[in-house]
Write a protein that binds this ligand. Structure first.
Ligand SMILES: Nc1ncnc2c1ncn2[C@@H]1O[C@H](COP(=O)(O)OP(=O)(O)OP(=O)(O)O)[C@@H](O)[C@H]1O
Length: 276
């Protein structure tokens, strides 16, 4: 599977759900390099999911632009795919059929589809379940099928909207580790929206804190930790504590306050945590 990441450039992104409604977020600017994994954390309602849906081309911004490697995002594309909390599988299809469903709409031969589906299933370690019914799988396995269905499209960018929050802690940990490791191996960019500070530390290269009303990215922290990342590792724990303190500080700041969103979309401060 030949995949590479993408340069993300978000400029002046503003959104409101209705012309007279409240502004969801205001003039968000953000850049990411090919292969980078970003986590967006923030309190409920600050606009994280809306931002992700706009990046995925599923919602239109009120103002501003998103360019992926210079291409303006104007709608959904197999190049940027979104994974949700629920896997949304077709229950009447086998695992392999679910994984290959997007390829059916392209100009792929049956052999090519078979090969690509087999490769995607190997990546998520479900190669022995190709002919299983999806209802017979656990929640974590179903989420792996959804991941394989995304990967089979060879995306450059994977957008994850709290994808593991419905899973038990053990399954969640293994998926967090595996998604990061697959994305790094293939060079795919990740943007993960989460409430979970641990998830941000375990999966991201950079954690972005969104806060305020209207929302904005008010803080960002580099997560410079080696892989594989283990929750119990003291370096992971130390970074988690720092991110939690920064998050609480940022979330408690009122919009317009120094150190929070500047209102012009700029990030006020970048901190770097490294164990090297
Ligand atoms: N379809 C919609 N129509 C109108 N307002 C909406 C709609 N969806 C979300 N909102 C509002 O927009 C704001 C941002 O919502 P959004 O879901 O993006 O926040 P969030 O940070 O992802 O929250 P959560 O963490 O709870 O999912 C909220 O005030 C929400 O009530």
């Amino acid at each position: 599977m030949a995949i590479r990441g993408v340069q993300i450039k978000i400029k002046g992104l503003t959104h409101r759900y209705s012309p007279r409604g409240a502004v969801t977020f205001n003039r968000v600017d953000l850049e990411a390099q090919p292969g980078e994994a970003l986590a967006i954390i923030g309190r409920s309602g600050c606009g994280k999911s809306t931002l992700l849906h706009i990046v995925a081309g599923l919602l239109r911004p009120t103002e501003g632009t998103i360019h992926l490697d210079g291409t303006l995002v104007e709608g959904p594309s197999p190049r940027w795919v979104m994974m949700f909390q629920a896997p949304h599988l077709f229950p009447w299809m086998k695992v392999a059929q679910n994984v290959g469903v997007g390829l059916r709409f392209g100009r792929w031969s049956k052999n090519e589809i078979r090969e690509r589906v087999a490769e995607a299933l190997r990546l998520v370690e479900l190669q022995d379940f190709a002919e299983s019914n999806v209802q017979d799988l656990s929640g974590g396995q179903q989420q792996r099928v959804a991941l394989a269905r995304s990967l089979v499209m060879e995306p450059e960018l994977l957008l994850l909207d709290e994808p593991f929050s419905a899973l038990d802690a053990f399954t969640r940990s293994s998926l967090q580790r595996d998604v990061r490791s697959i994305a790094k191996r293939l060079g795919i960019n990740l943007v993960i929206v989460t409430h979970d500070i641990d998830e941000a530390v375990l999966m991201a290269d950079r954690a972005l804190i969104m806060a305020g009303s209207p929302g904005n990215i008010v803080h960002e922290l580099e997560v410079d930790l080696p892989d594989p990342r283990e929750r119990q590792d003291p370096a992971v724990q130390a970074l988690r504590a720092s991110l939690m303190a920064t998050f609480q500080g940022a979330a408690n700041l009122k919009p317009g306050t120094s150190g929070a969103g500047t209102g012009n979309g700029s990030v006020s401060k970048t901190e770097s945590f490294s164990i090297h």
